[in-house]
Structures are given as C-alpha cells and as structure tokens.
Design a protein around this ligand. Structure first.
Ligand code: F6P
Length: 499
C-alpha cells in the first residue's frame, strides 16, 4: 500500500529553498496560513505544490479522513488499550454524550473554583499542584505563559520525586494557606503519591489539624483517590478516554483555572475548538496541522532528519519545548504499526529546543554549520509581554526572523570554516498576542499535527507502553526479595545504599 507512495515521494526532484522562492513569487502567501490569531509560515520549508499533492495522495491512501472522523466521533482509535481518545470532546468537538459529559465535569470544576475562591474551604493563597508528565507539564507551561503576576494565588507545580524539587516550596509556603492539588490520571503514580504524602506530613507538622481537608484530586480514577483519603466532594474526575499528555483541557487544568481565573481556562478551550474545526473541515492542502505533518514526514523520511528543534522567542513560552517533547515523543516514539508489524519508517523525531535569543549563543552553531539537517520551528509573539523599552521586543523578533533567513540563505565563503551552506528549513509561528485563546489554538494545532503524523506512519499515538518497563525495574530494584538485576546495576545500587 504505502511503499509505492513513499517511493514516488522520494523520487520527487529535490529543490533548494532559494530556488523555490525564485520559482514562485507568491510562495509566501501560498505557504502562509492564518488561524485563530496565529500566522503559520511554511514557506521556508521544502514543501511545494507537488510535494503537498503527493503527501495528500498518501494521506488519502492512509484513510486520513476516516481516521479524523473516527477520532472526533469517539471511536476506539487507541486500539492497543481499547479506548477512544476524546481530548477534543473537552473542547466541545466529539460525540454528543462525550461532549455533554465533559461539559458537566467542567461545570463541576468551575463550581469548585468558585467554592475555593469564596474561602469556604479555607483562606488559601498558595497552591501546590503535584503531578508528573501530562499531569504537570501542561498546567506548568500554561501558568508560565499566561500569568500576569498580580494573581491572588501563588502556584507551584512540583513533579520530580527528587526532594530538592519539593523542599524549597515547603520552606516558602504557609501550610495553613496552602491548597494541595493532586493531579494523576491513574492515581497510582509513585512520584506524585510520594510527594503528596510528604506535603500532608508537612501540613501536619505545621499544625494543620485536617490536612486531607485541604486536598483536591484531579483524576480519571476517583475510586483510587477516595481510597487514598480524598473526600469525594473535592475529587474532580475526567474521562478515561482523555490521555495524560492530552489532558490539560480536562480537570487537570483546575490549578490553572483557579490561579488565573476560570474564564482564562474557558478561553483556552474556545481557542482550541477553533483549531479543531479548522482541522476537521479544511482540505489537506489548506489544513495547517496536516501541512505541518507533511513537512515533518518530508524531513523524517526523505531527508532522514532525526530531530526537530523548537525555539520559543518569548520567555513566557519557555516550557513549550518540554511540553511538545512529551506530546510528540510519547505519542509517536513507536516501532510498530497499528497491526503490530515492524515500522519501516522513522517514527517521531527527537524534539528538542529552548528559548531565543539564548539558544542562539549556545546551540545554533550546529544548526548553521553542523552535519545534521535539523528542521527548526520558531515561535514568536507580536505583542510584547513586557513594558520595557520596545527595543527589547523589537530586538527579540528581529533576531527570530533573521535566524530563519540565515538558515535558509547561508553564506558562501572560500574559507570553509566561515562557510554557511544554507538551505536549512524552518517554520515560523507568529502569534498576534499571547492569550488563552491563541495558546489553546496553538496546542490543538500540535495535537492534530501529532495525530496526522501517526496516521501517515500507521502507528497508534495514544498508548505509551514504552514507559512501563523502567517503572517495573525500579520497583524490582527497590524490592528486598533476593532477586537481582544485572551486575552493573547491582554495583550502582551497592555504591549508593551499601551492601
Ligand atoms: O509514565 C508515563 C505517564 O503515564 C504519562 O503518560 C502520564 O502523563 C504520566 O505518566 C503521569 O501519569 P498519571 O497522570 O497517571 O499520574
């Protein structure tokens, strides 16, 4: 089925970026798309009409329309776990019963925000949000992106089992004024539950009479949370069909909704829904997440790029590369197809990145002159997030745009050390303003792009069995049952803990 399509894609003539611009004076408008307050510039990629046409044919061959329909109507798309993947229902796009259920759960979440705000549960001014992976990265990234600095609540998101992460928060916070939010889809995750226990112990030591009375749980396993001791009235459930790395739209967003206001959370959902509609309704050659996935597949399969770099030219979006790393690598870092066969293509690229302009002075050397071809993604915001001299923000944006231009143009020199080969691709994503709705649309864009990549690869983006073995081995290593792991690991254990 697909091998012929891939073959014809591989045999398309390879052109340089500069010649693509020379051949098409309208390239910028042809490969620039606007949606929900965001401008996506794909013109500095090697996509052209022929490549888009060939990838569209591949997408049809892979049944992308049917797969999108299956995703958005709540069919069992996560076949290895026998579940739907209904994060879009949280935004109002899905099967009517799932949308209704999500809305009812959001209503419950909103009520709890109002109850906490009213002071009925205590005079809270500080929130400790405990969770890891999808139960932490989204809330932490959103809070950093959207906080204004004058909020009523101070929010600390702690994920690592390393006490160095939690201890400074406990030293700084006032136990009596702290609301503990435990975010865990399964409510069995070792790091989260250990941190939660330590926070309860700390509250008790600090004289809080009923620490569990200051706990809210966000989970798809409410029965586990009850078992753990959380009162049912303070458990905000979400659907089992919402995957961890897709869960910030569910009650996992509670801490952000409380810290920044429920309206902010509602705007986030509304922005994401705009992108969902665009994704659902646009033909492939005008569909922004689909075009982005075409570029991803072009670089992964045809140019053998193993990584993709994302640079946020905005401090507020500094955690976005981490968030995308989980979204893309946990979703598409797989080696088997939906049918369980060995995947004959490269799966997810290694997603990495950082913040501009800092990264320019650290890793951009490799991007400009290294032997690896790394497609780069630049993110920037037109409206500044600061009130200093506009020279700061202007300088930031000019640097961002100049880097894309330099990667593409290169610069020939007779001195090979000073030669820039150029023809290095980038996508630039320009938000008019960094606000909840545009951020919601941006994150939904990344989710759909990840899904389309999975469809083109014929893999399941919604399971994550790869993370299980390490957890099992950690338990095994910690158990004092005489079973031993390999000699190297046992030696490390001996050095750390003694014989
Ligand atoms: O270990 C991976 C993982 O299961 C992620 O998929 C998930 O987001 C994270 O751990 C946290 O899981 P939970 O929300 O169940 O605590």
């Amino acid at each position: 089925m697909t091998s012929d399509q891939w073959q014809s894609l591989r045999s398309l003539p390879q052109t340089t970026l500069t010649s693509l611009f020379e051949a098409d004076s309208k390239r910028v408008s042809g490969f620039g798309w606007e949606q929900a307050g965001i401008y996506f510039d794909f013109s500095k990629t090697h996509l052209d009409d022929k490549t888009v046409g060939a990838f569209s044919a591949l997408a049809d061959d892979m049944g992308l329309s049917q797969r999108v329909q299956a995703l958005l109507s709540g069919e069992t798309v996560n076949i290895s776990e026998g579940r739907a993947a209904e994060h879009c229902a949280e935004r109002g796009i899905g099967s009517p019963p799932s949308v209704e259920n999500a809305q009812a759960l959001h209503q419950r979440m909103k009520s709890l925000v109002e109850i906490v705000d009213s002071g009925a549960l205590g005079e809270f001014t500080q929130i400790i949000h405990l969770g890891i992976g999808g139960s932490a990265l989204g809330p932490k990234m959103l809070h950093q992106a959207l906080k204004l600095g004058d909020e009523k609540y101070e929010l600390a998101v702690v994920s690592n089992i390393d006490g160095v992460a939690l201890e400074p928060v406990l030293e700084r916070f006032d136990a009596g004024k702290t609301l503990l939010v435990i975010a865990s889809k399964t409510f069995t995750t070792a790091e989260t539950l250990m941190n939660a226990q330590s926070v309860l112990d700390w509250m008790r030591e600090q004289g809080v009479a009923d620490p569990l009375g200051q706990v809210v749980a966000l989970t798809a396993s409410p029965e586990q949370a009850v078992k753990w001791g959380v009162d049912e009235t303070r458990i905000l459930p979400f659907s089992e069909t919402v995957g961890g790395r897709y869960s910030l739209w569910s009650s996992i967003g509670f801490s952000v909704a409380l810290a920044l206001g429920y309206d902010v959370f509602a705007d986030l959902l509304a922005g994401a829904a705009l992108m969902d509609q665009h994704f659902r309704d646009s033909p492939w050659d005008q569909n922004i997440p689909v075009l982005a996935a075409f570029a991803d597949q072009y670089y992964a399969q045809i140019r053998d790029c193993e990584t993709r770099a994302v640079f946020a030219y905005d401090e507020r979006l500094g955690l976005l590369p981490d968030y995308l790393q989980q979204l893309e690598m946990e979703s598409n870092g797989k080696a088997v197809t939906l049918d369980g066969e060995a995947l004959a293509l490269h799966s997810s690229p290694i997603v990495w990145g950082g913040v501009g302009t800092d990264a320019q002075h650290a890793v951009f050397q490799l991007l400009h002159q290294g032997t690896h071809l790394v497609p780069v993604e630049f993110l920037a915001v037109v409206e500044p997030g600061d009130s200093l001299d506009p020279a700061h923000h202007n300088g930031l944006l000019l640097n961002c745009f100049a880097q894309g231009a330099a990667l593409m143009a290169g610069k020939k020199s007779d001195d090979s050390h000073r030669n820039y080969p150029g023809d290095r691709p980038s996508v630039t994503i320009l938000l008019e303003e960094l606000e909840a709705s545009s951020l919601g649309a941006l994150l939904a864009f990344y989710e759909h792009r990840t899904f389309v990549n999975a469809v083109l690869l014929n893999i399941n983006p919604f399971d994550q069995f790869g993370v299980e073995l390490g957890k099992q081995m950690a338990n095994k290593l910690g158990a004092d049952d005489g079973n031993r792991l390999d000699a190297s690991t046992e030696e490390l254990k001996k050095r750390a803990f003694g014989a």
